[in-house]
Ligand binder design. Structure first.
Ligand code: MSP
Length: 483
């Protein structure tokens, strides 16, 4: 049994969850459930990133303390994971004691390796990115992502000698010791490394930002929020006090992140670990961004889709299916209500739901539900199985979904070819053979769907998993009254 430790990026708590968070949560959840299903000793971590100037400024604007804002929004993220049936083992908050102590321990381990120095620094800070931006990255004086002018900061900071790690990181990536998927993102980061990594400010003076974890031995400084946040992947394993889980699960097998935070995960984080003498992650998987009705989701465009509001209108698993099947796992993809309804109707109701309902109905009608188990291998099932595992093992959950859908289409085709209702009159002896093939297909659909749609998977197995077959409620009811 191999172990599989998967982490998602921890979300900022300046606001509640959006569709980007939903996409990442679901990809992580599907990978987790897949690895559990194949027997891996799997651990899945999610959480919230609660310090830094973004949170401090949002709280000030709302007239609450940063802790109050963090408590309110972290609760929304916990609820969001529960409502989407996420299978996370833990939820780390960076304002928790276990995290603060762990982050300070990691800092001290890095300090012992002499990787820090102090410097008076003047730079342009983007609160949206929580990063100092080099002037060459600005577009018309603004951050290219947040379209806002960065703040000019002049202060004493502690710097991390990140520039020491350019070559060793390149070697780790080129040799495959640290995998970056997809290939396009690996190439993007390798070409970024060609410029050479620059040292990075790793602390902020409390005089300009109080909301952070105190730097051990420097009570006038708090940790840079990315240094604080990245360490969550270790602190959640009990790094501060108890080594058992760290020894068992570290290094992480996969850090799942969005395309905007590659440099932190492929550059700063492994360098921090190397400085502290700890093993680096085995892989970083990078997903794309969800757009809304063809445009970047943004508050000013008024097209931000709130996944919790969608839950009030549509079945939870219909949203899971859309994000996992319609958005390419490693590229950008779009959310539109029209497409969402079409996919629910075509794939779930008409293809999968209809097949299972027809097969169970015919099994009950012609054989009292007692359909013999199919003997031997079945070609279409084996083709599906191969593509399904390939998809999950190559960071392509969509390929796995496609394989399932193909098998369901094949099942529907077999019904049309064999026409059991005609066989019942012309050649009833053939009915057990035909239905045993169809039931085998449905059973496999039930099994394969588990990581994608755990509830529908269970409902299918309740109907076709055993002899006799059992007729259940429709798997995918009509989207009334909003259809
Ligand atoms: N707090 C940092 C991550 C720290 S990890 C040590 C952060 N938070 S975030 O809330 O802005 O983003 C959380 C995750 O959601 C990131 O992986 C980010 O890339 C992803 N997404 C944010 N917007 C997104 C979309 N519109 N679409 C898909 N994912 C997006 O970054």
């Amino acid at each position: 049994m191999s172990k599989f430790y998967l982490t998602n990026a921890i979300a900022y708590v300046n606001a509640g969850p959006h569709m980007g968070h939903a996409l990442e949560m679901l990809i992580g959840d599907a990978l987790t459930r897949y690895h559990r299903m194949i027997g891996d000793d799997t651990r899945f971590l999610v959480g919230t990133d609660e310090h830094g100037s973004k949170i401090a400024q949002t709280a000030a604007a709302q007239g609450v303390t940063p802790q109050e804002l963090a408590d309110k929004n972290a609760a929304l993220f916990v609820d969001f994971h529960q409502k989407f049936n996420a299978a996370n083992d833990d939820f780390i908050r960076t304002t928790s004691e276990r995290h603060k102590k762990g982050a300070q321990k990691l800092w001290k381990m890095m300090e012992a390796a002499d990787v820090f120095y102090e410097k008076e620094y003047e730079g342009l800070y983007c609160t949206g990115c929580e990063v100092f931006l080099p002037e060459k990255d600005l577009v018309d004086g603004k951050c290219a992502i947040h379209l806002r002018e960065p703040e000019l900061l002049k202060e004493k900071n502690i710097f991390f000698k990140l520039s020491n790690y350019t070559d060793i990181l390149r070697e780790k990536i080129e040799s495959g010791e640290m995998e970056i998927r997809p290939e396009s993102r690996r190439n993007e980061f390798l070409s970024f490394l060609k410029e050479g990594l620059k040292d990075v400010s790793f602390s902020r003076p409390k005089s300009s930002l109080e909301w952070g974890i105190e730097v051990p031995g420097h009570e006038d400084q708090v940790m840079y929020v990315w240094c604080d946040a990245l360490s969550n992947y270790l602190t959640a394993l009990g790094f501060a006090e108890d080594d058992a889980l760290v020894e068992h699960y570290w290094p992480a097998d996969v850090h799942l992140v969005g395309k905007d935070i590659i440099r932190f995960h492929c550059g700063i984080w492994p360098a921090m670990l190397m400085a502290a003498g700890l093993p680096t992650p085995k892989a970083i998987y990078v997903h794309g961004f969800v757009t809304s009705e063809g445009q970047k989701m943004s508050k000013s465009l008024g097209n931000v889709v709130d996944p919790m509001a969608l839950l009030n209108e549509f079945p939870m698993e219909s949203i899971r299916y859309y994000l996992l099947r319609e958005i390419p796992t490693d590229e950008d993809g779009d959310f539109s209500i029209a497409r969402f309804k079409a996919v629910y109707h075509d794939d779930l109701q008409n293809t999968i739901g209809n097949l299972v309902r027809r097969v169970v109905a015919m099994g009950l009608k012609y054989l009292d539900g007692d359909v013999p188990v199919l003997e031997g291998e079945h070609e279409a099932i084996e083709v599906c199985r191969a593509a399904y595992h390939h998809g999950f093992n190559s960071f392509d959950v969509r390929e796995a979904c496609d394989a399932i859908l193909e098998l369901a289409r094949f099942g529907n085709l077999r019904i049309e070819q064999e026409k059991p209702w005609q066989l019942a009159k012309s050649n009833p002896e053939k009915i057990p053979e035909v239905l045993s093939e169809l039931v085998a297909i449905c059973r496999h659909l039930g099994l394969f769907l588990h990581p994608i749609l755990p509830e529908a998977s269970q409902k299918i197995l309740d109907q076709v998993g055993d002899r006799p077959l059992v007729m259940g409620e429709p798997l995918f009811p009509a989207l009334e009254p909003n259809e």
